[in-house]
Design a protein around this ligand. Structure first.
Ligand SMILES: Cc1ncc(COP(=O)(O)O)c(C=O)c1O
Length: 389
């Protein structure tokens, strides 16, 4: 178990420094050590999002808590919301906005296709929208949406943007202070490479102002961002018992992000993603996502001969390398490689080599096109760009 390599899109492999923090003895949430650590987490969260203009939030709970806190706090019943639906997690925003009483207009995209900013522009021209929701990186396929263009258009129309960057922040470029979005959400178990259990948000002052001056009460206790704002300002107060170990681990993981440097981390993710894509191309597999919109953090590909389950099991049972299945209707048709967090060139070579062998093994046709060594060979020029300090 100890040597398993997680190449799933979260949770991901922990650095030993992060894992060690988890085994410290329990302390209380009023302990000055915890309170000091939480304050530093908030500073590091500003660094991660490049959010020096808005408010950072760190809340115990998974990424979905962050999404729902954004929606239930910002959207009032009857508000008109445009939800860009580019897949499984785009649909989650549709569900959340509906549950919390918004009038939702869904902007669907074909599988693996990005949100077209022109269509967003046309739709928002109808007027009356309060917000748009967009998934930055759609983890179910590996798609990255052009959020800079979409946010710019939303601002032109006076519409607020709520961005799910659970699978983006830290690995794909996102500079909150430059982007102009109103709420951006991520969580601990993705690019930050901490264990699951914390969600992190960047909220603009304008959006916070809207939240604090709503006409109706926020229909949630735990996900009410006005309560959490008080906690962010004064972590000594009690709101709900925080996931102390997870937050200590998050602190250590964020320190590692800062030690690497945000720009270097994004560059490493880009080089690894280029290597994975070149490797998959050499293996002649088909990507789920159109060219030009493939994310640096996760890649979905169709499995030849409908052998997703066989390839997945072989990778896991023989090589202890874990890939992820497709979600929903894509289960059994595609596999996904999560390549974020602490992923190294060595991990990339391991996953590509094991994939070469597994693809060849399931290909029972006489003229197999899988050539052992071809994926690693194609990946090397990108991996050689990664220099360890
Ligand atoms: C893009 C995206 N949004 C939201 C979520 C939900 O996060 P969680 O599972 O931590 O609730 C995920 C999880 O994989 C995700 O990839």
């Amino acid at each position: 178990m100890g040597n398993d390599l997680l190449m799933i899109p979260g949770p991901t492999n922990l650095d030993h420094r992060v894992a060690e923090v988890m085994s410290r003895s329990q302390i209380g949430h009023k302990d000055p050590k915890f309170i000091e650590s939480f304050k530093q987490i908030l500073d590091l969260t500003r660094y991660l999002f490049v959010n020096y203009s808005g408010i950072p939030f760190v809340i115990s709970g998974s990424g979905t808590i962050g999404m729902e806190a954004a929606i239930v706090s910002f959207i009032e019943p009857g508000d008109k919301v445009l939800c860009a639906d580019t897949g499984f997690f785009g649909k989650r925003f549709v569900d959340l906005t509906r549950i919390h009483g918004a009038k939702v207009r869904v902007l669907p995209s074909d599988l693996g296709k990005h949100v077209d900013p022109k269509v967003v522009d046309e739709t928002l021209s109808e007027g009356g929208y309060k917000a748009i929701t967009v998934t930055h990186v759609e983890t179910s396929t590996g798609l990255i949406n052009p959020i800079e263009d979409i946010v710019k258009i939303a601002r032109k129309h006076g519409v607020y943007s709520i961005i799910d960057s659970v699978c983006g922040v830290g690995g794909c470029e996102l500079i909150f202070d430059k982007l102009g979005a109103d709420i951006v959400i991520t969580c601990s178990q993705k690019v930050i490479a901490a264990p699951p259990g914390a969600t992190l948000l960047a909220v603009s002052k304008k959006a916070m102002d809207i939240i604090e001056n709503r006409k109706t009460h926020i229909q949630s206790y735990y996900m009410d961002l006005t309560r959490w704002k008080m906690f962010m300002e004064n972590p000594k107060m009690y709101l709900a018992t925080p996931s102390i170990q997870v937050l200590f681990a998050l602190h250590e993981a964020l320190l590692l992000v800062k030690e690497e440097g945000l720009e270097n981390r994004v560059r490493r993710h880009k080089n690894i993603a280029d290597a994975i894509r070149a490797g998959l191309e050499a293996l002649n597999v088909e990507f789920v996502v159109e060219e030009g919109y493939r994310a640096n953090t996760v890649t979905g590909f169709y499995t030849p001969h409908d052998k997703a389950f066989d390839i997945h099991s072989m990778m896991r049972d023989r090589y202890r390398i874990h890939l992820a299945h497709g979600l929903g209707d894509l289960k059994g048709k595609i596999l996904r490689i999560g390549h974020f967090g602490n992923i190294t060139p060595r991990d990339t070579i391991a996953v590509l080599s094991a994939l070469e062998i597994s693809l060849k093994a399931v290909d029972t046709t006489t003229n197999s096109i899988v050539r052992i060594g071809s994926a690693v060979d194609a990946a090397m020029p990108y991996l050689e760009k990664i220099i360890y300090k």
